[in-house]
Design a protein around this ligand. Sequence first.
Ligand code: FAD
Ligand code: N01
Length: 555
Amino acid sequence: MSAAQPNQNAIHGQAAATADAVIVGAGFAGLYMLHRLRGLGLTVRVFEAADGVGGTWYWNRYPGARCDVESMQYSYSFSEALQQEWQWSERFAGQPEILRYANHVADRFDLRRDIRFETRVTAARFDEASGRWLVETDRGDRVSAQYCIMATGCLSAARMPEIPGIESFAGGIYHTGHWPHAGVDFTGQRVAVIGTGSSAIQAIPVIAAQAAHLHVFQRTPNFSIPSRNQPMDAAYEALWKTDYAARRRQAREMRTGILYPLNEQSALEVSPEERQREYEGRWETGGTAFMAAFKDLATSQAANDTAADFVRGKIRAQLRDPAVAEALQPRNHPIGTKRICVDTDYYATFNRDNVTLVDVRRSPIQAITPTGLRTRDSAHEFDSLVFATGFDAMTGALTRIDLRGRAGRSLAGKWAEGPRSYLGLMTAGFPNLFMITGPGSPSVLSNMIVSIEQHVDWITDCIRHLRARGLACIEATAEAEDAWVAHGNEVAERTLYPAANSWYMGANIPGKPRVFMPYIGGVGVYRQICSDIAGKGYEGFRLTAPDAIADVAAE
Ligand code: FAD
Ligand code: N01
């Protein structure tokens, strides 16, 4: 724990005083939510499992961890002073710098005093008689609060696959999403990485440069675009800062919440030469804006194929060994339908003599052994094993808490067939329980800080509305929720996304229902829907006076 992060757990074990609101999580969502609710004059208690703020950027300290939304955009916009004074050192910030930023925000807005660190919320139960949530933690806290706000993150429930023999491995075992704070020195070691998603693609080049030998166990190759990261250009920073508010406004209206050039043409309406030029230009610029090369890459298989072919060609061109080049080219999903990756020297890393790619789709992993790993066809020995195997995304952090709404009904039970929500903000039967970037909202398909700010602002306005009118409760109606889920599915079905076995679809977790979880209608469109609903007196929500809370249950 750093000097900037005093241990504030002195009163653990005692029943805490009641609060107006409990917030679970102190990543970017929880921090901003706390700031806004304080602004309303509410008493707030935040619980955070980690011993510091930052969420994703606290936990994911693996080598190479970096943002792929430009620093000038992956930052809060709520404070003009903050966005003017903070200076990013690179085009795409690395994890240590983003964590420093989160700590700076916590200090600048004096947020730590309301955050209980190293405390995991284990349960929260709605009491219909009092209309309050009783929140419990693994440290014995019990807090009664009117509002309960889940800022638990979409990608915070790290997932270890169930491979027999894991516990027998004698060397070091790591997960990218729980990386040791002291770092790991792989010098001279034989290292294995399981997984080739975004985290692995960032970590592999850095680990390969340090380790004696690296084995990469790949089940599904991914499409990755070079980041072309570089030191922050002073003129570029100034360009943003002279015009920050207007640029932020524009970004909020974009489909992804990221301001970058969109091409409104179809990939199929231009000549092959023009298409090639567009892709080459975006490849040279680097980053996720590649996917905005044409308007129909997410909706037309034929259009998508042109982009996928282009990237496959680039992969081939970077590799010396044709067999490795073949194995690294994705062929089982349209480009972008699994989260597009962004890398620095990922493909070239497989030209190194000390890197071996093992295709575990052809020859599946059978067991971890004390000295390594056995696939169907071969055995491999190593000193350290890195799991870059991802997360129980979008729902995992929520369903790991014993959340119970009206009539003691559990959220995990309600969501057994897939998450259901109204706007990704609330779920029927759980009054006054808000989710920041919950399933059913654009969340992971966007610059998440843009989506976080929009949700936090909406929730703040909503609570202000309730209090100004002496109302005790807000909850989504079942009808509004059904309609929103149907709309979300219908919009998703118009795209190629459901075709992929992605974590967006829950496909990475055995037994998880196959449902497209984020809302893909676009950040700007979604924002407008949320504002309109609030403007119509919170259409689709039931707002109740203090003496009417329990009556709803009887309906
Ligand atoms: P988190 O940062 O996940 O914070 C949630 C917090 O809640 C965590 O600190 C967790 O410990 C805490 N918590 C959860 N459950 C409990 C509980 N029961 N009790 C107490 N505390 C709890 N997004 C982008 O937009 N652009 C990017 O480039 C990008 N890069 C990413 C890179 C990585 C490696 C990962 C994993 C994610 C990335 N994301 C990116 C998504 C990223 O998660 C969000 O941008 C953002 O940081 C989410 O903030 P949050 O506060 O909503 O959630
Ligand atoms: O996780 P993932 P991640 N045996 O789920 C493989 C964000 N992020 O941590 O595809 C063998 O994407 C699995 O294989 P398969 C971003 O939103 C952003 O990398 O299931 N392999 C896959 O290859 C991202 O999408 C950045 O066949 C197994 C990998 O493990 C999200 O976080 C950086 C396996 C998991 O990939 C999650 O990324 C990092 C098994 N049993 C993260 N189980 C940026 O750059 C799983 N795999 C912005």
